[in-house]
Design a protein around this ligand. Structure first.
Ligand code: FAD
Ligand code: NAG
Ligand code: NAG
Ligand code: NAG
Ligand code: NAG
Ligand code: NAG
Length: 528
């Protein structure tokens, strides 16, 4: 018994050291391959390594000393350099993670338990806007803030539907869908992509014609780091009015918030497609004049309307008078100013802030998503408030985003993103904290998991749908060591992609049979 345990340990030691040495060799071979041409790369020896790595980390949970680090970070400056890096990785068997702007909620673009290199696209961010053609080519390392800025520089009446936070990268965002305030009018970012350039697992550069319609379908929502490395997207620019209207109205529990949210569920998904009202729910702590602590729940009704105040007010009066919207609550502005407004920047300020890749505050967080088909009863909402009054919920949010409008018209199979007609709204659950350490993380993550269990009877079932861009490694088993079986992947795959999952597996098996592009939640190849 003792002997067999000993030999078992010995075997482990031999196995781990031998695999370590092969991997070390691989990474040296990889660097050797890179150095044959003048590629910019950083190894841990290089004094810039940490700052390059940390620059695009957007969740502090993955900025700790224990977080596995890449062996090399490559920052290519041209398409042919990217191609060369992929060929070197393929030749030397190096595992690659592609990073655009690093917003992946689980850090999958820069963390791996398999030894890996990062291909960081930070230097690939040329954006060419063609106003006459109403289109733009956007390199994958660009952020959506840069994209909005470049569009507005050329036109006051063109825009593009994408996310609210300007630092999000188009590389990951468009690969998983991409939504924001224009979703009810124009759908997702991925619904408005007309061409793309990509490096496939064989190192070939392909465009829409040469990749074919199956692969072009898969990359518009099937998730990043799966079918290839996207170099750039060609998007369709969409008309926006010269004046849009925004408002944000806060309501507390004492102002009948529960009833208002209940009503919102029925009206917001059915409004005219020009009107988007989302709700951000949070707890607010304050102390009254006697110094007693008071807590309440606040819901911000946060809106973008594609038109002027005079057209908005009657629509609100007819459909949602309970909210009590007044003229003085509304502000008319240009589309690009509305981007500033939703991003939390003063609209009088310079638009240059949209070019910054640095978030105003980076924190520790965990998030989850849900889809709602039936209005949640008032009693169900009151149960949610009880979670918000717990200690861990001091900095937690629930964001309700209405569907309907254009989202109802696009078929669930048009692109891999399947959440269309039938959905009233989407929920994002979020919890933030500010202290490093496992115990703190554990408490907050457990809070959000408990809330998620509580929500089960009120949200989509079979599958319990989720949004791939709100990456959540809790929603299925994950193999962290380089291989995910079809059955393992199907659990989270059905939640993210519903009936599109099998078609994604089919495309993956065809274009990347050896599973070169892999992460814990990438679509599996049936032949690897
Ligand atoms: C603060 C914040 C705000 C957000 N707001 C919104 C929002 O309003 N709406 C919304 O829909 N989502 C939002 N998201 C989620 C966001 O859409 C996803 O996290 C998205 O995947 C981020 O893209 P990225 O390029 O920044 O991330 P990365 O972490 O760089 O990439 C995400 C995934 O895509 C892969 N990938 C990146 N670039 C490429 C490429 N060129 N080719 C192939 N694969 C690639 C990565 O390997 C990784 O798997 C937000 C996230 C954060 C952190
Ligand atoms: C690489 O080297 C070639 C030839 O020396 C040079 O023309 C080219 O500009 C270099 N590229 C980069 C990115 O430094
Ligand atoms: C770090 O890497 C960069 C890019 O490859 C290189 O220019 C620089 O000389 C390196 N610095 C050190 C100290 O090795
Ligand atoms: C890093 O530095 C060590 C010691 O200085 C050296 O042996 C090693 O070759 C270097 N690695 C790379 C990748 O430059
Ligand atoms: C990430 O960690 C490094 C090293 O501990 C630290 O210097 C840096 O400030 C951290 N990043 C953020 C955004 O806090
Ligand atoms: C809340 O609702 C009640 C009953 O529906 C109503 O009487 C009261 O005026 C409302 N309060 C506010 C602040 O709107």
């Amino acid at each position: 018994m003792k002997i067999s345990l000993f030999s078992f340990l010995l075997l482990l030691l031999v196995l781990s050291s031998s695999s370590w040495s092969t991997l070390a060799d691989n990474h040296e071979a990889f660097i050797q391959c890179l150095s044959q041409s003048n590629k910019t790369y950083y190894t841990p020896n290089n004094s810039s390594f940490s700052s390059i790595l940390q620059f695009s980390i957007q969740n502090l949970m993955f900025n700790t000393t224990e977080t596995p680090k890449p062996l090399v970070i490559v920052t290519p400056v041209s398409e042919s350099e990217v191609q060369r890096v992929i060929l070197c990785a393929k030749k030397t068997g190096m595992h690659v993670r592609v990073r655009s702007a690093g917003h992946d909620y689980e850090g999958l673009s820069y963390v791996s338990e398999v030894p890996f290199v990062i291909v960081d696209l930070i230097n690939l961010r040329t954006i060419n806007v063609d106003v006459n053609d109403k289109s733009a080519w956007v390199e994958a390392g660009s952020t959506i803030g840069e994209l909005y800025y470049r569009i507005a520089e050329k036109s006051k009446t063109l825009g593009f539907p994408a996310g609210v936070c300007p630092t999000v990268g188009v590389g990951g965002h468009f690969s998983g869908g991409g939504y924001g305030t224009m979703m009810r009018k124009y759908g997702l970012s991925a619904d408005n992509i007309v061409d793309a350039r990509l490096v496939d697992a064989n190192g070939r550069i392909l465009d829409r014609v040469s990749m074919g319609e199956d692969l072009f379908w898969a990359i518009r929502g099937g998730g990043g780091n799966t079918f290839g490395l996207v170099l750039s997207w060609k998007i369709k620019l969409l008309d926006v009015p010269e004046k849009v209207t925004v408002f944000t109205l806060d309501k507390t529990l004492e102002q009948n918030l529960t009833k208002l949210i209940h009503k919102w569920q029925n009206v917001a998904p059915r409004f005219h497609e020009d009107l988007f009202i989302r709700i951000i729910i949070r707890r607010v702590d304050s102390s009254d004049q006697g110094g007693n602590n008071k807590q309440t729940i606040v819901a911000s009704f946060n809106s973008l309307f594609f038109g002027g105040i005079d057209r908005l007010l009657p629509i609100m009066q007819e459909n949602f008078p309970e909210l009590g919207l007044r003229r003085e609550d509304c502000i008319e502005m240009s589309w690009i100013e509305s981007i500033m407004y939703f991003a939390g920047f003063p609209i009088e300020g310079s638009f240059d802030v949209l070019l910054s890749r640095v978030q105003p505050t980076t924190r520790y967080f965990k998030a989850k998503s849900d889809y709602v088909y039936q209005p949640i009863p008032e009693g169900g909402l009151e149960g949610i408030w009880r979670f918000f009054f717990e200690d861990e919920a001091q900095s937690s949010y629930m964001i309700l985003t209405p569907y309907g409008g254009r989202m109802d018209e696009i078929l669930p199979s048009d692109i891999p993103f399947p959440h269309r007609a039938g959905n009233l709204y989407k929920i994002q659950h979020l919890v933030y904290w500010d202290k490093e350490g496992e115990e703190v993380a554990e408490r907050h993550i457990s809070w959000i998991r408990r809330l998620y269990s509580y929500m089960a009877p009120f949200v989509s079932m079979f599958p319990r749908a989720a949004y791939v861009n709100y990456r959540d490694l809790d929603i299925g088993m994950n193999n962290k060591k380089g291989y995910t079986s079809y059955m393992q992947a199907k659990v989270w795959g059905m939640k993210y992609f519903k009936n599109n999952f099998d078609r994604l597996v089919h495309v993956k098996t065809k274009v990347d049979p050896s599973n070169f592009f892999w992460n814990e939640q990438s679509i599996p190849s049936l032949t690897s």
